[in-house]
Design a protein around this ligand. Structure first.
Ligand code: D61
Ligand code: MG
Length: 444
């Protein structure tokens, strides 16, 4: 189906696209930017389809910091991802990358010509110029995370003899995802706490919930990108899981027999089940982010991830292409994820989608049902639609305080959303009137 036809067959998504494109009220204005900072925003737009949009809407206090945090780590990841750089060069480069942050004008031109984000390394001097203008506290947070991530990535580079670690066990899988994504969550949490945009308690759990924020995003990508990664000659699916279903991971792509497809789906679904283990901590984390622009920034990637997870779940297309969610769905999700109740209702919806797609024959059928039930119960506790558990009054429940603290923010945002929706419907009404008028004049 064409994109336009798709959109016309989902009217609520059409409304969302129009509302987002023409009526959304930005929370903050942009101020004057130096030339190198403009170049950094150009690099951000070039290298991230999804994160650029949410980062650019952040509060002025942290917008540039988060942009530079992103670009520094994108540069590091572009070294990690490049399969044309020999491990003997790549590993030391990853470990020493943090030292480049002390330089004034370091650049790197050693990526393969087709490496998609090579430009951030070619123009790394622009990033350094702006990085050194940041408050020292912000620089230190970025530096600390860069150092940990570079060393963590280096630990997982396979050399030609495969005698380094690789993603063998589920524990390896969690540790790898911690290095490349959980640490981003940790850094962002430190930045937001420093800027007083989120509850201090977010930094007081050993960064367990912020780690889950990153793991939920990264694992979703890894599951979705099975085919693309395989074509690039790598894989991040943990062997401990796939070895239960096949003795060679590429077989899910190569062998198209129903038996092999069933094994592939069982494996895929077990990984989805594993990812769902992070959902409760994700929702808890989101409930503690106070600043509205930071809330959007944190929530939007997470609702995209749960939508993606529901789409890939039990879906054999994953073995042959990259499965994506519709553009209209994306706009609808962005608009609905500006308040905590909105986010919760999206999660509830997709958890139900997953539950309904379950196959009784799947070896993890029961576990998946239990996990979905657990999440629904947790959501029910945060936003009860009927009553609290026996013997617990609303006032006594710890979650009540968190929800109450959010109520004002959510109310304020909801008013803005109502305005925008009104304008969108007014536009549609206007178009309809003009059409009817034109028809009356022509035929009437
Ligand atoms: C709140 C808001 C955003 C969050 C968060 C909490 C917690 C974690 C993350 C974002 C990071 C999630 C990463 C998920 C996407 N995965 C990748 O981009 C992979 O590379 C990982 C290493 C580089 C991380 C760069 C990054 C990403 C998002 C950021 C950020 C830094 C800084 C600030 C805000 C968001 C993936 O890359 C795919 C690609 O190269 O296109 C890979 O190589 O596996
Ligand atoms: Mg990478």
């Amino acid at each position: 189906m064409g994109k336009i036809t798709q959109l016309l067959s989902h009217p609520s998504e059409l409304r969302a696209v129009v509302q987002l494109m023409y009526f959304r009220q930005p929370l903050h204005q942009t101020s004057k930017q130096s030339e190198s900072l403009q170049r950094c925003y150009y690099l951000l737009n070039q290298t991230s389809r999804s994160f650029a949009a949410v980062i650019k809407e952040l509060h002025p206090e942290i917008k540039d910091v988060v942009t530079l945090f992103y670009l520094v780590l994108r540069a590091l990841d572009t070294i990690e991802d490049d399969m044309t750089i020999d491990p003997s060069i790549k590993v030391p480069l990853l470990r020493e990358f943090v030292d480049k942050l002390n330089e004034k004008a370091w650049t790197f031109n050693g990526n393969g010509p087709d490496e998609k984000d090579r430009i951030v390394l070619v123009e790394f001097d622009q990033i350094l110029t702006e990085y050194h203008k940041l408050k020292p506290e912000y620089q230190d947070i970025i530096k600390d995370i860069t150092k940990k991530m570079g060393n963590g990535m280096a630990d997982y580079i396979l050399d030609d003899n495969f005698n380094l670690n690789g993603v063998e066990t589920i524990a390896d899988f969690d540790l790898y995802c911690h290095y490349v994504a959980g640490l981003v969550g940790e850094g962002l949490t430190k930045l937001m706490v420093l800027a007083k945009f989120s509850d201090n308690s977010l930094a007081e759990d050993g960064f367990k919930r912020s780690n889950s924020m990153g793991l939920f995003l990264q694992k979703t990508n890894i599951i979705r990108d099975y085919h693309e990664d395989l074509e690039d000659g790598r894989s991040f699916w943990p062997k401990e899981v796939w070895s239960k279903y096949t003795d060679s991971l590429p077989s899910f792509h190569k062998d198209t027999s129903p038996e092999s497809e069933f094994q592939g789906l069982s494996c895929l679904n077990e990984l989805v089940l594993n990812s769902l283990g992070h959902v409760k901590e994700v929702l808890e984390y989101l409930s503690l982010v106070k600043d509205p622009s930071s809330f959007n920034f944190c929530a939007i990637p997470q609702v995209m991830a749960i939508a993606t997870l529901a789409t890939v779940y039990n879906n054999p297309k994953v073995f042959h292409s990259v499965v994506k969610i519709r553009k209209g769905t994306t706009c609808d999700l962005i608009l609905r994820s500006r308040t905590l109740p909105g986010v919760i209702s999206i999660f509830r919806e997709y958890i139900q989608v997953i539950n309904h797609k379950s196959n009784v024959k799947d070896p993890n059928y029961l576990k998946i049902g239990i996990k979905c039930g657990e999440i629904e119960q947790f959501i029910e506790l945060m936003y009860p639609s009927i009553a609290y558990p026996k013997g617990v009054t609303k006032a006594q429940h710890p979650i009540t305080k968190i929800v109450a603290a959010r109520a004002k923010i959510d109310n304020d945002i909801q008013r803005i959303i109502n305005d925008e929706t009104f304008s969108t419907y007014a536009l549609f009404g206007g178009i309809l009137l003009v059409l009817v008028g034109a028809l009356t004049i022509t035929f009437g």
